[in-house]
Design a protein around this ligand. Sequence first.
Ligand code: C5P
Length: 224
Amino acid sequence: MKNIVIAIDGYSSCGKSTTAKAVAAELGYAYIDTGAMYRGVTLYLLEHNIAFEDLPRVEEALHNMQITFKRNRRTGRNELCLDGVIREDEIRQMRISNAVSEVSVIPAVRHAMVRQQQRMARKRGVVMDGRDIGTTVFPDAEVKIFMTADVHTRAMRRQVELATKGEQVSLDDIVQNLQKRDYLDSTRAESPLRRAADAVLLDTSHITIDEQVDFVLERVSSVL
Ligand code: C5P
């Protein structure tokens, strides 16, 4: 079987990472959550009191910080590490969700992350999810999926996810956050969120996770 790249892009909280993880497990592929990397950069800048507009300091920070993933043997999940320390829980908090799209708009941040993502998937055999995988990181990905869903469905899923981690957030706040991120992500100058011409659209508003996974696996079978 040849090793391919599966790019899963789309709006926030459409189920990209759940689908990508399950597809990777099914195929024995690596899973790379690129959103976690932008969240890690955001956490670093906030913790070091670096203003997002202060480009020289942002560039210096990009040079100094180490963004890596570590596999959790118990859960099988790849967890984001900042300078060698697992920060998976913190990067999912609302304070990071509220700031990340202002960081991911910075060209120097995007260049550094894209370079690292391309290096991480050099051997292919990966499922990568994000906003610009099929357009910028791997324009030659063999399978490209673009996911979308109704914003209220997305917000409700996100609310449950946050609650399981002990963070109670109102539906209104989540809807606002998703809409703000979608807007900033789609309108930025550098590699904006958009559907690649050859990406297949997957609307997850009314389908189950199993159906999402089967949809992607069928696309994979058609190219292998
Ligand atoms: O996927 P997730 O919702 O965790 O991504 C968080 C944020 O990171 C997005 O809203 C977007 O601003 C940024 N991002 C990006 N490009 C990617 C992945 C994520 O700009 N490939």
